[in-house]
Design a protein around this ligand. Structure first.
Ligand code: 13P
Length: 256
């Protein structure tokens, strides 16, 4: 199981570094078994957060990157730069990037490919809007995002890819998908990954749920068979809440 925190555009260098050391400390005190943790702070905090996480086993990820290797792209950050700052993961295609910055499935596919070429694990985000779900189009939209985002990108091992199902209507709203809705979509996504790669690969790829996952609802969501972890927004900004979610994951894994 993987519990990852997407801090979005929250925290500054000082508060982000403090949050990272609180998470490292809380993770060390908790018995998390094989639950893996990652945090994705804003770019400016990557290096101090990485320092604060040293030796904790908590992985460092970024929230975005540019698809080109380098050059005249003012304001952008490349995959190699993220690696040089200590990142192992990168969130790609988050719905906020799609919605506010116009990222298309094609842009995201290029980023996923470039992330892999640089040894980063992409956390590919997919998910439908409320209108799309209400229109009965949720699976069609998610299928387009999964097939579009992964098109022709090779992966050596299932650990090289993470997919996050984040229904847009559940992000930051306090509404979550029901455990059944989440599991149904996760199983659907796993089937698509099996079709694109193979069954063994798909069965080991981590598919995370994201969208108002909190300590109080984490157990129900994480105990679904096709839910392999969470991508946490708001609740990842508090070390105790973040680790409380991870503890639910550890308790579920211990029972399995
Ligand atoms: P919330 O947990 O705040 O709903 O955010 C989810 C998310 O978008 C994580 O990437």
């Amino acid at each position: 199981m993987l519990i990852a925190g997407n801090w979005k555009m929250n925290t500054d260098v000082a508060s982000g570094t403090k949050l990272a050391s609180d998470i490292a400390k809380a993770a060390a005190d908790a018995d998390l078994g094989s639950v893996a943790l990652a945090v994705c702070p804003p770019y400016v905090s990557l290096m101090p957060v990485g320092d604060a996480l040293k030796g904790s086993g908590v992985a460092l990820g970024a929230q975005n990157m540019h698809q080109e290797d380098g050059g005249a792209f003012t304001g952008e950050v490349s995959a190699a730069m993220l690696v040089s700052a200590g990142c192992t993961h990168v969130v790609l295609g988050h719905s906020e990037r799609r919605q506010y910055f116009g990222e298309s499935n094609h842009d995201i596919q290029q980023k996923v490919a470039r992330a892999r070429q640089n040894g980063l694990v992409p956390i590919l985000c997919v998910g439908e809007t409320k209108a799309e779900r209400d229109a009965g189009d949720a699976k069609t939209v998610v299928e387009g995002q999964v097939r579009g985002g992964l098109a022709d990108v090779p992966f050596d091992a299932p650990g090289d890819l993470v997919i996050a199902y984040e229904p847009v209507w559940a992000i930051g709203t306090g509404d979550t998908a029901t455990p059944e809705q989440a599991n149904e979509m996760h199983a659907f996504i796993r089937g698509l990954v099996a079709d694109l790669y193979d069954k063994a690969f798909a069965s080991d790829v981590h598919i995370l749920y994201g969208g108002s996952m909190k300590p109080h609802n984490a157990e129900d969501l994480l105990s679904q068979p096709d839910v392999d972890g969470g991508l946490i927004g708001g609740a990842s900004l508090d070390a105790d809440s973040f680790i409380a979610i991870a503890r639910h994951g550890a308790a579920i894994e211990a029972k399995a």
